[in-house]
Write a protein that binds this ligand. Structure first.
Ligand code: GAL
Length: 685
């Protein structure tokens, strides 16, 4: 039997955990709490991520007794522990003595002690003190039997992911010098000839500062975002390198994400064994966001986030999983999960690849900002419905241990890359088309039960990795590099089907527009020429499109296309002045086909694409479920594990067209079944 750390690491078990704060509770509660957790199927706790002062109450004075005493109890009870480095919350003594460790607003105002994550990654003194406390924690606690892994910091780049301290400017200059070598090269990359922004020396360069209309040079902001990501990664790597010096064989290092302005893929590759995610689907029921999404898509949006996580670590963990009502005392209000929803959201995480699920938190805190962020237990710790549900979840997981390590299956991939994500953050044209398309593709895939992956193009991506997808869609690939164009060509040449949406290929790696005929570096592959383009005018009404007899509506933007020689015009606009111009061009390239679609996607057109490209509803011969249900399949060897998740509070009728084994009951199942409101099933075929 593998250890818990191994089960989490290599996917040989499904493990439950919870977040525990020994510093929030009287010591006499510890033993009883751990006993109750273990009796409820919780085998791991995460501790200490905000507890720097417990070990270093004043600068340079280290006292380990508090957690030693706690770990004695954990060891005695057989509870396993994920220990954290405490750098997300620098102590008051630290920021008082070294205010340069603080983050600042863009206008220079320092973000003071009193909340959390108020530090910056580039302050030399903060780096030094963080390295020291990380080393002390790892050296002292890392050898304890109960410790099985480490979490670095807490939610890097959460709360705030922009940094404007003086240390950041100093480090930004170094980053730029290393990248550009000369100030002239920087001027060229940032296009500083525009509006007389030319720099004559490095000391004139700052992190973005408050400007008129807040319209900072976009090429500068793109580099600044890359710099923030590099700073966070370096901070994580510094800690990871230190922890690894003390790590017991078999123990792991992780951190909990995912937040913006951070290349989580690179960070994971460099510093972690796998990534964990904090999943709070109850945000969908927050009173101020409640009306945002169609009913059947609300908390399913977290499947989109989980798809992001899976693109980083195919098997991952959930470090914080919703287990109660949400709320800070200053913002957010969401109700308690209804009966069944904790199970639903746990299974949602597992369906997407989580083999470790840890609930936030054991007991609801009685003090501070998060008094309304409920854990499994309420303030008193009395027995309640949610802990009973945790026990039922554990029973379900006992029947489905073999799911651990199985991989999520998808034939369709949506391509992404960080430069494009970061360049788009400032770009209102891009956001309008991209947000629309991303939502449409996700919702079309969900509604038609077509699993999809997000696939990040990185410097290491190979055509072979892409080749596992029948269809890849890059909705709007604004920036295209030669290397990216080559890899896409190689994917299509080997038989892949690639769909590129409008507004693609018009920027270079600095975010400057190219003077090539559009779509620039994608022209040869897609066989498309774009002599004209525009947002669809607000008074144009619905702009219709005919794709070989199938009627669709263009969305938000219209590239007016012509096929290059050898390419084929698949669809045309049929209304307004766009009528007669090309909407979709296909091009045979090697053994595959590339499509250029001159518009953004809406749910209907996204569905047409999935259908026409032959990848829609791949499990329709296995199961029929209504729209309110998500399905996901994880596979391992010959075994296929089908998850059916009902997000509706009403019952759902499903039809199993083949006989399988219901892993909750260990009974054979087939035919018509009724799933309860928020009900789930996991069936092995
Ligand atoms: C997470 C964070 C936790 C807690 C929770 C609820 O983002 O990691 O420490 O704050 O949210 O707000």
């Amino acid at each position: 039997m593998s250890t818990i750390a191994e089960q989490i690491l290599d996917g040989s078990g499904l493990v439950l955990g919870t977040c525990y704060y020994p510093e929030h509770w009287p010591k006499k509660m510890w033993a009883e709490d751990l006993d109750r957790m273990l009796a409820s199927g919780i085998e791991v706790i995460r501790i200490a991520e905000f507890a720097w002062s417990k070990v270093e109450p004043e600068e340079g004075r280290f006292t380990y007794e508090f957690f030693d005493e706690f770990l004695d109890v954990a060891d005695e009870k057989g509870m396993k522990v994920i220990f954290c480095t405490p750098t997300a919350t620098p102590p008051a003594w630290l920021t008082e003595k070294y205010p340069e460790a603080l983050n600042a607003r863009m206008d220079g105002v320092l973000l003071r002690h009193g909340a959390r994550r108020h530090y910056n990654y580039n302050s030399p003194v903060y780096q030094e003190l963080s390295a020291r406390i990380t080393g002390k924690f790892a050296e002292h606690y890392g050898s304890r039997k109960c410790v099985i892994g480490w979490q670095i910091d807490n939610e890097l780049n959460c709360e705030v992911n922009e940094f404007y301290s003086e240390s950041d400017t100093v480090a930004f200059r170094e980053f730029l010098k290393e990248k550009y070598r000369t100030i002239d090269a920087l001027n060229a990359a940032w296009g500083t000839a525009f509006w007389n922004q030319t720099y004559s020396s490095w000391k004139e360069v700052y992190v973005p500062r408050t400007t008129i209309s807040n319209s900072t040079n976009p090429h500068e902001v793109l580099d600044y975002t890359r710099f923030i990501s590099a700073s966070a990664r370096r901070f994580a790597k510094m800690q990871s390198d230190i922890i690894r010096c003390y790590l017991k064989p078999g123990d792991f290092i992780t951190t909990n994400g995912l937040f913006g302005n951070l290349d989580n893929h690179a960070m994971t590759r460099e510093s972690l064994d796998f990534i964990t995610y904090d999943s709070y689907p109850n945000f969908a029921y927050c009173l101020d966001a409640y009306s945002d999404a169609p009913k059947e898509m609300r908390d399913r949006k977290w499947s989109r986030n989980l798809t992001e996580v899976r693109s980083i670590s195919p098997i991952f963990g959930i470090m914080e999983q919703q287990s109660g009502a949400n709320g800070w005392n200053t913002r957010m209000e969401a109700p308690t999960p209804r009966p069944g929803q904790m199970t639903l959201w746990t299974m949602q995480s597992i369906a997407h690849g989580a083999d470790y699920v840890s609930y936030f938190r054991w007991r609801t805190c009685t003090m501070g900002t998060e008094i309304y962020w409920h854990g499994i237990l309420d303030y008193s710790g009395r027995e309640n419905r949610r802990i009973r549900e945790v026990r039922q979840i554990r029973e379900k997981l006992d029947g489905m241990r073999e799911v651990a390590g199985a991989r999520y299956e998808a034939e369709v991939g949506v391509l992404k890359d960080y430069d494009n994500i970061w360049d788009a953050q400032l770009d209102v044209w891009h956001q309008r088309v991209d947000r629309t398309s991303q939502k449409a593709l996700f919702e079309a895939a969900q509604r038609t039960h077509t699993p999809l992956d997000y696939v990040y193009l990185t410097a290491d991506t190979t055509a072979e990795e892409l080749g596992k997808y029948k269809v890849l869609i890059y909705p709007h690939m604004t920036i295209v590099t030669e290397a990216q164009a080559e890899i896409l060509k190689a994917y299509v040449a080997e038989g892949g089907v690639l769909v590129i949406g409008c507004r693609s290929g018009y920027k270079n790696v600095n975010g400057q527009c190219v003077t090539d005929y559009l779509p620039g570096l994608l022209r040869e592959l897609t066989g498309a020429d774009i002599p004209e383009y525009s947002f669809i005018a607000p008074d144009a009404g619905k702009v219709t499109v005919d794709w070989d007899g199938t009627r669709m509506e263009a969305e938000t933007f219209a590239d007016l296309l012509e096929p290059l020689e050898g390419a084929h015009l698949e669809a045309k606009y049929t209304s307004d002045y766009y009528a007669g111009a090309g909407t979709l061009v296909s091009n045979t390239y090697g053994k595959g086909t590339a499509y250029y679609y001159g518009s953004a996607f809406n749910e209907a057109s996204a569905t047409v694409f999935l259908e026409k490209l032959g990848v829609i509803s791949p499990y329709s011969e296995l199961v029929e479920v209504p729209e309110c249900c998500e399905i996901a399949v994880r596979t391992k060897g010959d075994a296929r594990f089908l998850f059916i998740l009902n997000y509706d509070k009403a019952q759902a009728e499903i039809l199993l067209r083949q006989e399988g084994l219901d892993l909750y009951t260990q009974n054979k199942v087939s035919g018509r079944k009724t799933l309860d409101g928020y009900g789930t099933m996991v069936i092995r075929f």
